[in-house]
Write a protein of this length. Structure first.
Length: 204
C-alpha cells in the first residue's frame, strides 16, 4: 500500500473514531471521508494503469480500493443522511478480504508486521459491520479502536516508512508491540463494558 495513502487512512480513521464518540458531526466528517476516498481511488487507479501488468504492483494497489470505496460510501451516506446498513455489510466484505491480504503479506511478501496490521483492520471492519449492519451497542468501543488503529496501523507505520526509519526497526519489536495492542483491544472492551454497567447502576 502507498505510504502516502496509508498516512491519510490514519487521518480519516482518526476523524471517524471521534465521530463515533460524538465529538465530530457526521456531515463534517463525511466531507473529509470524500477527500480521502477520492485519493484512495485515484491513487490505485494510477498505479494499476502504469504497472505494465506487474502483478505485485497491481496486488498492492488493489488494497487501496477497499478503503477508498469505504470512505466514499461513508462520506456520501453521512452527507445525505442515508442509512449506514449498506456500509456495514460492505465492511463485512472488507473484513473477510483483509484476512486474504494478511495471508498474502505473510506467505508471499513475508511481511509479518503488515500481516498483523491487516488482521487488525479485519478486526476493525468487523466492528463496523456489527455496529452499522447488526446494530450492536459498541459505538464507543468501535470509536476508540478506530482512533487507536489510526495511529498504530496507519499514521505511525506510514510516517516511519516515509522517513526510512521503519526498515531500521527490529521486526520482532514491531510484532511484539502490535500483538500487545491486540491484547489491549480485548482489555479495553471489558473496561468500557464495566464503566457502562456502572453508569447504568448509578442511574437506576
Amino acid at each position: 500500500m502507498s505510504n502516502v495513502g496509508l498516512l491519510y487512512v490514519g487521518s480519516v480513521l482518526f476523524l471517524n473514531g471521534y465521530m463515533l464518540l460524538g465529538k465530530i458531526d457526521g456531515k463534517s466528517a463525511g466531507i473529509f471521508n470524500l477527500f480521502v476516498g477520492a485519493l484512495q481511488v485515484f491513487t490505485p487507479s494510477y498505479l494499476i494503469v502504469t504497472a505494465n501488468g506487474d502483478i505485485s504492483t497491481i496486488l498492492s494497489a488493489s488494497g487501496l480500493f477497499l478503503f477508498g470505496f469505504n470512505y466514499l460510501y461513508v462520506g456520501i451516506s453521512n452527507l445525505t443522511n442515508t442509512c449506514n446498513s449498506g456500509v456495514g455489510y460492505y465492511s463485512l466484505w472488507v473484513a473477510i478480504l483483509a484476512i486474504g491480504f494478511a495471508w498474502i503479506n505473510y506467505f508471499h511478501f513475508h511481511d509479518i508486521p503488515f500481516t498483523i496490521i491487516w488482521l487488525m483492520w479485519s478486526f476493525l471492519w468487523t466492528l463496523f459491520y456489527l455496529l452499522l449492519a447488526r446494530g450492536k451497542d459498541i459505538e464507543t468501543y468501535t470509536g476508540w479502536i478506530a482512533i487507536i488503529q489510526s495511529w498504530v496501523t496507519a499514521t505511525i507505520p506510514a510516517f516511519l516508512n516515509l522517513t526510512g526509519v521503519w526498515q531500521e526497526i527490529n521486526t520482532a519489536v514491531i510484532v511484539i508491540v502490535e500483538i500487545g495492542f491486540f491484547f489491549f483491544f480485548i482489555v479495553l472492551y471489558f473496561i468500557l463494558r464495566r464503566n457502562t454497567n456502572n453508569n447504568l447502576r448509578h442511574h437506576q
